[in-house]
Design a protein around this ligand. Structure first.
Ligand SMILES: Nc1ncnc2c1ncn2[C@@H]1O[C@H](COP(=O)(O)OP(=O)(O)O)[C@@H](O)[C@H]1O
Ligand SMILES: [Mg+2]
Length: 412
């Protein structure tokens, strides 16, 4: 130890060396703690930096994807028709053709099923997103009425028909247990047929009123769409919606537009109509007659209707709505003059007698026209004369409109 000499100093004695080393150790230890503290601080800073970095990166990614979204071309809308496996799905694009496409792993597998609408990337045609099923706005030309205003007492004549429809639609909706007890199945659907303007729509609405059912009215020609499969989709959605909103009555008006006998369907338009009809048949077969959805169809042309529609389990009650006879016409005149101020001299029975071949819609028009004559003459009451003039006017108008079956149907 005695030869220990710090650089540039006199040799030190043992004591001094000892002190020197002690100081040095203390110094180094102090330095060590300092460095350790520094290192801790740096590490904390680094950690902070890392989280900051992650935050910024996330921000960048978000902005990038937003830019990408803004830049990306519009997506194709398609419907899934078949799911082959986890990765491959068959879709039909809204423009018609079918594709086998891949799906993104970000899409919930459970939501990928036939019938669901999705968007496709324009280039790869891969499924990008699943669209929510918003059929409420999708079912075109459909009228949904919570509960129609019309009642049975607004219908003139047709007593027998009202009775029949009560049995076939009202009873199963209101007292399904009666059918269970006896052990028969209530009819699923009722078809009303007869010339236009005779009160078919009126009757269907009245049933919905009496049963407090939701009334879904669709005019069959609206179901015939431009794109392949679109009509079938609308039919499916119509039934889905009815089940959703049950008790409900689906009323398919002018059903001959899709239900006409299938001839050789050689144009693609005809095939599309056929496909829509097939879907309707499938939906009718598919639902339970005990449920609280009933179907009413109406047509002026039962003669051209496809027999498949009339098979049991489909429209299994067929009710004719004929032109009103004289008693029916009188009843209808009474209904439509209910709110009118009528001269005592008016004999509605006589007017009913001279309006042979006229339908309910014509009678409504005659009443309205008679009222117009009274207004023009500035009278407070409608007279016999007004009615006769109205009958004559509408007959003349009717003849002018040769080929249209009935003048009154303009109001139907
Ligand atoms: N039997 C009837 N009783 C009372 N009004 C009728 C009758 N038939 C038709 N009408 C009147 O004519 C209008 C059109 O009838 P509508 O039910 O649409 O005929 P359809 O559906 O048979 O073509 C009805 O809103 C109603 O004012
Ligand atoms: Mg109608």
């Amino acid at each position: 130890m005695s030869n220990f000499t710090p650089a540039g100093s006199e040799p030190l004695d043992e004591e001094e060396v000892y002190k020197y080393l002690l100081d040095r150790i203390n110094e180094l230890e102090k330095r060590n703690t300092e460095l350790r503290e520094q290192s801790r601080q740096l590490e904390a800073e680094k950690r902070y930096g890392d989280t900051q970095k992650i935050r910024y990166e996330r921000e960048i990614r978000k902005l990038k994807s937003e830019i990408e979204q803004l830049r990306s071309p519009p997506l194709i809308i398609a419907m899934i028709t078949d799911v082959i496996d986890k990765n491959r799905v068959v879709v039909r694009s809204s423009a018609g053709p079918r594709f086998l496409v891949r799906t993104s792993q970000f899409i919930d597998q459970d939501s990928i099923k036939p019938g669901v609408r999705c968007t496709l990337n324009q280039q790869s045609l891969a499924i990008v997103d699943i669209l929510p099923s918003s059929y409420d706005t999708q079912v075109h030309g459909m009228e949904i009425v919570q509960m129609p205003e019309e009642r049975y007492e607004d219908i003139g004549g047709l007593e027998q028909q009202i009775l029949e429809i009560k049995e076939a639609v009202e009873l199963p909706l209101k007292r399904p247990e009666l059918f269970d007890t006896i052990g028969i199945k209530p009819p699923k659907g009722v078809l009303l047929y007869g010339p236009p303007g005779t009160g078919k729509t009126l009757l269907a609405r009245a049933v919905a009123h009496e049963t407090s059912a939701r009334f879904l009215r669709v005019i069959a020609s609206e179901l015939v769409q431009k794109y392949i499969g679109e009509g079938a989709r609308l039919v499916r959605e119509l039934f889905e919606m009815a089940k959703d909103k049950s008790p409900a009555i689906i009323f398919i008006d002018e059903i001959d537009a899709i239900g006409a006998t299938r001839m050789d369907a050689d144009t693609s338009g005809d095939r599309e109509v056929q496909r829509t009809l097939m879907q309707l048949l499938a939906e009718m077969d598919g639902f339970d007659e005990r449920g609280d959805v009933k179907i009413i169809g109406a047509t002026n042309r039962i003669d051209i209707l496809d027999r498949a529609l009339l098979r049991p389990g489909r429209f299994d009650r067929i009710i004719e709505i004929p032109l009103p006879d004289v008693a029916g016409r009188l009843a209808i005149f009474k209904i439509h003059t209910r709110g009118m101020s009528i001269d005592e001299g008016v004999n509605l029975r006589e007017i009913a007698q001279i309006t042979d071949e006229r339908n309910g819609a014509d009678i409504r028009a005659i009443c309205m026209e008679a009222g117009m004559f009274a207004i023009r003459a500035e009278r407070a009451k409608v007279t016999s004369e007004d009615f006769l003039k109205a009958v004559k006017k509408l007959t003349v108008d009717y003849n002018k409109h040769q080929g249209t079956p009935s003048f009154g149907t303009m109001y139907a």
